[in-house]
Design a binder for this molecule. Structure first.
Ligand code: 5GP
Ligand code: ZN
Length: 112
């Protein structure tokens, strides 16, 4: 399967890694939209939120625990936003489940 984030997860394509374990990888976004902008992905290929069910939902909880640890490590005490785009209208451009973490500036709401 030709998937960019599978290739990043396997190390075939390099990334600026922040955190890695056997199930997830966190790395800085190549086109940051905030002073801090990183992505957390499951290593297993899941297309988007549509494909979360009882068999794989535990990875989402794990992603959130990893985000909390990274936020503490990076000192994001003023807060941050977690974004998960799904599908065309959601603005998803890479078809492998990923969670954006944006921080370091006041983020507008609602998003455009
Ligand atoms: P989406 O638009 O699918 O929610 O987010 C995909 C994100 O992946 C974008 O923010 C984009 O900048 C980032 N991205 C795309 N290609 C690469 C890459 O090769 N390396 C890294 N680190 N980020 C990428
Ligand atoms: Zn993939």
């Amino acid at each position: 399967m030709d998937c960019l984030f599978c290739k990043i997860a396997s190390g075939e394509i390099p990334s600026n890694k922040i955190y890695e374990d056997d199930r997830v990888l966190a790395f800085y976004d190549i086109d940051p939209q905030a002073p801090v902008h990183f992505l957390v992905i499951p290593k297993v290929h899941i297309k988007c939120a549509d494909e979360i069910d009882e068999s794989n939902a535990d990875i989402v909880a794990h992603v959130y625990t990893v985000i909390a640890k990274i936020a503490a490590r990076l000192g994001l005490s003023k807060g941050y936003r977690i974004v998960n785009n799904c599908g065309e209208d959601g603005g998803q451009t890479v078809g492998h489940l990923h969670f954006h973490v944006l921080a370091g500036r006041n983020l507008s709401w609602p998003p455009g």
